[in-house]
Design a binder for this molecule. Structure first.
Ligand SMILES: [Zn+2]
Length: 179
């Protein structure tokens, strides 16, 4: 422990400048964009359409925002999920996690290779894509790590569709271990 009894000495030390070397870094995210679901390659289009179908099973009396998710699994299955709300709001669950947890619980030996997400409101599929919340991105990240293969993410709107090759592209600096 250093104890400064001499006032002069303290002032001298406080004038020492601390130099740090800072590097400005940048992350580039690359994704594909389409003007409609019809423009997607067949597999992606089918999955996006399944996500739209899944909005029909949404239980969302509080938000009126019906979200659907469709997963493609490595065993060839397509699994659908939708958001499930509850009067005690935090008890509800997003469409993406509903689908992923169901898929993992039902087909524990299969990987999720792609997820498509769509939303509808007032009986119409949303023009712009619905983007997943942070918690769902974190869950996607873990299933991707567990699979050891990239998980494609398709965010589908009627006038804009975004396709990301892997979860890192929507969740940089993923939390994946206590280092
Ligand atoms: Zn979510």
């Amino acid at each position: 422990m250093l104890i400064f009894t001499d006032k002069t000495m303290f002032h001298e030390i406080s004038r020492i400048s601390i130099r740090s070397i800072m590097t400005l870094k940048e992350i580039n995210i690359r994704y594909k964009e389409y003007g409609s679901m019809a423009e997607l390659p067949e597999d992606d289009r089918i999955l996006a359409q399944e996500a739209v179908k899944a909005t029909g099973s949404s239980y969302s009396p509080y938000s009126g925002f019906h979200v659907g998710a469709a997963l493609r699994l490595s065993n060839g299955e397509i699994v659908r999920g939708s958001n499930q709300e509850n009067i005690a709001y935090p008890s509800g669950l997003c469409a993406e996690r509903t689908a992923m947890f169901y898929a993992s619980a039902t087909y524990p030996d299969s990987d999720i290779t792609a997820i498509a997400i769509a939303a509808s409101q007032n009986g119409e599929v949303c023009r712009k894509p619905a983007t997943p919340c942070g918690a769902c991105r974190q869950v996607m990240a873990e299933y991707q790590t567990r699979a050891g293969k990239d998980m494609k993410i398709i965010l589908a709107g009627t006038e804009q569709v975004m396709v990301f090759d892997k979860v890192e592209d929507i969740l940089p600096f993923i939390f994946d271990s206590l280092k």
